[in-house]
Design a protein around this ligand. Structure first.
Ligand code: ADP
Ligand code: MG
Length: 334
């Protein structure tokens, strides 16, 4: 039985269909991400699971129980927000204990559980500090401890790392994933950052305009995008359509090809190998980015492809800019 089941979930704000028909099962213990551009409905779905918003239509089940109409505190879920929402006048230990105090948990147990939660987020020695005496990353971990101390079945996280700079965010991504593995709680993690979703998640739902376009593992979503939107939003993709698609692929339609899956060489004479598609063209731009080099290539058949190559040796200059591109697989869409 899934930890979370959403069925026909909708939320309308006046004329805005913020969530427009979401069906989703999340099994227990999964690190599940909701990925999509700003305004695609991720936060609204999370707020409905938490109980801060009621659905316009559809149901929310937690471990088989319909909680759609229950108040937030009657649901076995906790939420971690980007802005931490810590009490500034309380110590870290008091912040973490607070929820248990409200629930009238006895003092000794409160202390012990708060210590344990702080240990889980590797802040066991910081209990006496005030939030203002801690860094952004540490404050975010306090916020996490404050949620974990309740031992919820499900933890909801709305862009929790969004306020951190890139290096710290990457460190926290690894830690958060480790913590999730240790505690075994189902995490539902909202992000607009595709790298973050790919590196952290067991599975990802890709949102677009209030709907889910695809649910799958990082490998499935990246290697087999279900739509042109997913292909473009998760990673970067070349899109080929119309005449150039027909000339290069041999059939009409809409296709996507990952820039890093295209091989580029100056060997115009040798044709595509078995199972390969190939096209010739002229390099119109070269962008040197240290570990990679990106080439923009105008195809002779019309259209343009971007190609990324690992910078394993000196960047190659192609004689008079003429190249052949080869790749093994493109994705086709309606
Ligand atoms: P995301 O988290 O993916 O950025 P949101 O769920 O916050 O998206 O928003 C989805 C859509 O719903 C947006 O168009 C947003 O403007 C709208 N929306 C969200 N909350 C409200 C609200 N309380 N009142 C009116 N419109 C809202
Ligand atoms: Mg949001």
């Amino acid at each position: 039985q899934p930890a979370i089941r959403l069925t026909g979930l909708e939320k309308h704000f006046d004329k805005v269909r913020a969530v427009d028909g979401v069906d989703l099962d999340i099994p227990p213990g999964e690190f599940f991400s909701m990925l999509g551009p700003s305004g695609s409905g991720k936060t609204t779905v999370l707020r409905m699971i938490a109980g801060f918003e009621l659905p316009t239509a559809g149901t929310i089940e937690l471990e088989g129980k319909d909680v759609s109409q229950l108040a937030p505190f009657d649901r076995d879920v906790n939420t971690v927000f980007q802005d931490y929402a810590l009490f500034p006048h309380m110590t870290v230990q008091q912040n973490v204990e607070y929820g248990l105090k409200v629930k009238r948990v006895a003092k000794a147990e409160r202390r012990e559980r708060a210590k344990e939660a702080l240990r889980t987020v590797r802040l066991e020695d910081f209990g006496d500090r005030k939030p203002s005496q801690m860094s952004g990353g540490q404050r975010q971990r306090v916020a996490l401890a404050r949620a974990l101390v309740n031992r919820p079945k499900v933890l909801l996280l709305d862009e929790p790392l969004g306020a951190l700079d890139l290096k710290l965010r990457q460190t926290m991504q690894v830690e958060l994933k480790q913590i999730q593995r240790e505690v075994g709680i189902t995490f539902v993690f909202v992000t607009h950052d595709q790298d973050e979703a790919l590196t952290m998640s067991d599975r990802i739902a890709v949102f677009n305009a209030g709907r889910i376009e695809q649910v799958g593992t990082p490998v499935e979503v990246y290697e087999r995008p279900a739509s042109a939107f997913v292909a473009g939003f998760v990673g970067t993709s070349n899109l080929l359509s119309g005449r150039s698609a027909e000339a290069v692929i041999g059939r009409p339609g809409l296709y996507s090809i990952r820039p890093e899956k295209i091989r580029i060489d100056g060997d115009l004479a040798s044709p595509a190998g078995p199972g390969e598609t190939s096209a010739t063209g002229s390099v119109t731009d070269v962008v040197y980015a240290g570990s990679t080099v990106r080439y923009a290539v105008a195809l002779d058949a019309g259209g343009q492809l971007s190609v990324v190559r690992q910078n394993t040796s000196e960047p190659t200059e192609f004689a008079d800019g003429r190249v052949r591109l080869r790749w093994r697989r493109e994705h086709s869409f309606q």
